[in-house]
Ligand binder design. Structure first.
Ligand code: MRU
Length: 357
């Protein structure tokens, strides 16, 4: 999608040098800086520090990490050890394991000499497929939004011409190789001429909504308004939200969804107000081995400092961190929560709209 008017991807493989360029998301929206990944440890660090984040992009990036590791040590034991190191970078998004499984299974039958080339080719395929998948999610989701707009127009005497969609966290192109999941239907509907406005919830504590979703919607020229996380229920109560669309980090075989902390509360409020709540996701986000999201999905615990402190640009345009809380106050920082399947209206996948998994 667009960065200052030019089409870019969140990860750009460089076939000549066999490296991968990433947009450093820890610096957005204030600085646009691209970094080159050329080793397994660069890659692991980029995922751990959230220079790249979002379930699909974590998976795509890890695929290049396993290529770098295989280039340096193509033995079985080297590949298994690198798999474990990359797999331990973040615990919740299943796409990480999915992509690593896929590269490892693909390369092990080759000779050690052939393995690096096979790993690079598989990482490229995973990247290209992620983009195709997200385009398909966008096309199916845009149809859904058109239906929603015409149903609403039929139901109201004086229909507002604009569809108001609420999203949480960042499930846009920055969270994938390109297009995004939750934002892809919005990009497709907007490109088809539909009047659309996005409520962007800020997504404390790392503020992916405020820093990333707002930035990418602005780059794309999509009307949007930032709200504090706690405002969502109030907006729904006042009829200002037509639908919610969010992404997913891991979905159980029964349809429970782990996504950024705060998703569950929005789904509860949407149910109370009979507002459709959609999950946009590739089918690679389904973990078919588990069925109880609350019990079985590992929830990442992050540093309390992300809750007690805030960082941004100061008046001199320098990055600065400030403390919000009394020094002795303890904080807890669960990065994700689980929304039970019963609160979800439908799943927008590359295969179409599913009301049940
Ligand atoms: O902690 P993050 O920023 O990696 O969390 C990202 C999310 O929760 C996204 O909503 C999710 O990965 C879906 S991305 C298409």
């Amino acid at each position: 999608m667009l960065v200052q008017g030019h089409h870019r991807q969140a990860i750009e493989p460089q076939s000549d040098s066999r490296t991968a360029l990433i947009l450093d998301q820890t610096l957005l929206p204030h600085h646009i800086e691209w970094r080159t990944l050329s080793t397994e440890s660069d890659t692991a660090q980029a995922i751990t520090t959230m220079q790249v984040r979002g379930a699909p992009l974590i998976g795509v990036t890890a695929a290049y990490g396993l290529y770098f590791a295989t280039r340096d040590d193509p033995s079985d034991s080297g590949i298994h050890a690198a798999y474990d190191r990359l797999h331990s970078t973040r615990p919740t998004a299943i796409n990480l394991r999915w992509a690593l499984d896929r590269v490892r299974a693909h390369i092990l039958p080759f000779t050690t000499t052939e393995r690096p080339q096979a790993a690079w080719a598989e990482a490229l395929r995973i990247t290209a497929e992620d983009i195709q998948t997200n385009v398909a999610i966008g096309q199916h989701g845009a149809q859904l939004l058109h239906q929603l707009a015409s149903t609403r127009a039929g139901a109201q005497a004086s229909p507002s011409p604009t569809l108001n969609i609420l999203t949480h966290c960042n499930a846009g192109w920055l969270a994938t190789a390109d297009w995004g999941t939750a934002l892809s239907p919005i990009y497709h509907a907007h490109a088809a001429g539909m009047a659309i406005h996005v409520w962007v919830s800020e997504t404390r504590p790392r503020n992916q909504g405020a820093s990333l979703t707002a930035w990418e919607l602005a780059q794309q020229g999509i009307p949007h308004t930032l709200i504090v996380d706690n405002a969502a229920g109030h907006l729904m109560q006042h009829g200002l939200v037509d639908a919610c669309i969010v992404g997913a980090d891991r979905v159980t075989a029964t349809g429970d969804v782990a996504n950024k902390i705060g998703t569950y509360l929005k789904a509860l409020a949407a149910r109370e107000h009979r507002i459709p709540f959609y999950i946009a996701m590739p089918t690679s986000t389904i973990d078919w081995s588990i069925s109880d999201g609350v019990k079985d999905i590992p929830i990442e615990q992050r540093s309390p400092r992300e809750v007690t402190h805030l960082s941004g640009l100061n008046a001199s345009n320098e990055r600065q961190e400030i403390r919000l809380t009394p020094g002795e106050t303890q904080a807890r920082n669960d990065a994700f929560d689980v929304t039970p399947a019963k609160l979800i209206t439908a799943y927008i996948t590359e295969q179409g709209i599913r009301h049940k998994l």
